[in-house]
Design a protein around this ligand. Structure first.
Ligand SMILES: Nc1ncnc2c1ncn2[C@@H]1O[C@H](COP(=O)(O)OP(=O)(O)OP(=O)(O)O)[C@@H](O)[C@H]1O
Ligand SMILES: [Mg+2]
Length: 247
């Protein structure tokens, strides 16, 4: 089972857009995918039309609860979701007195039934408890980067956190891929992609995700891009990214 944490502590860079559409495009290629929404904003859950009314995934961290009963099927064949719950917002406070709680997601992953080829985690835009729990549970970190701003500085903080988690909590962790998102025709976008390739070499996917209004519209239609606008550049780009990821 491949496990990917979609992470970047910068807000609004395309984490959720990438988590949902990459997961859906991998499912389209025959993978059985479980998307775990670890952001209290629940944007990925809303996008796919699934809801958790109870404490949901917070109980994985407070009580060691299993994930399987929290899984919801979606209308996308091959794609299931563990939705976020509003209670996740209280995670940092609720878990302050519970040493080692960040390893409980990994334990829950290990107990998952043998039904999924891939688990994709949508992380919140902070490097707090929940992101660390995701990095501890996953083998791969997949980093979407917004090509509209010089991204390298922010990435230094993320790579430092990844190194610390590898050192202390999860020796299998690797930064597996960087994906440039919201790439437009400006010179800056070209420069950002170039500087990423210079610093991170082959880790930067050959595919870039172009700015595409269909991607911004899709959540309102409760469908991933490959179903909402299958001919759009957004669908083309996320399909190409999925192909690269699965190669
Ligand atoms: N390639 C794209 N083309 C056009 N709009 C995009 C693209 N990627 C993301 N967006 C838009 O940018 C905004 C932020 O994207 P998204 O929610 O995926 O980022 P995020 O990193 O998950 O944000 P947060 O840190 O709040 O969780 C959204 O309004 C989304 O529709
Ligand atoms: Mg998000």
């Amino acid at each position: 089972m491949r496990t990917l944490a979609i992470a970047n502590q910068k807000g609004g860079v395309g984490k959720t857009t990438t988590a949902v559409n990459l997961a859906a495009c991998c499912a389209e290629r025959g993978q059985r995918v479980l998307l775990v929404d670890l952001d209290a904003q629940a944007s990925a859950s809303d996008w796919l039309g699934v809801k958790e009314e109870g404490k949901g995934i917070l109980e994985v961290f407070t009580d060691g609860a299993p994930l399987a009963p929290l899984v919801r099927e979606t209308e996308v064949p091959g794609l299931a979701v563990v939705p976020a719950s509003l209670w996740l917002a209280s995670a940092e406070r609720a878990l302050a007195g519970q040493p080692g709680a960040e390893v409980l997601l990994r334990k829950a992953f290990r107990k998952l039934p043998n039904r999924w080829d891939m688990v994709v985690v949508d992380c919140p835009p902070t490097l707090g408890f929940l992101a660390v729990a995701a990095l501890t549970a996953c083998k791969e970190v997949f980093v979407p980067v917004e090509a509209k701003v010089m991204a390298l500085k922010g990435l230094a903080q993320l790579t430092k956190t990844v190194d610390m988690v590898r050192d202390r909590l999860n020796e299998d962790l690797e930064l597996s891929a960087i994906l440039a998102c919201r790439v437009n025709r400006t010179r800056l976008a070209g420069e950002v992609v170039e500087s990423l390739r210079k610093h991170f070499g082959k880790k930067v996917l050959h595919t870039v995700i172009r700015e595409n209004v269909r991607l911004a519209e899709a959540p309102s239609f409760v469908k991933p891009i490959n179903l909402y606008a299958p001919e759009s550049s957004g669908a083309e780009d996320y399909r190409a990214a999925a192909r690269e990821l699965l190669r």
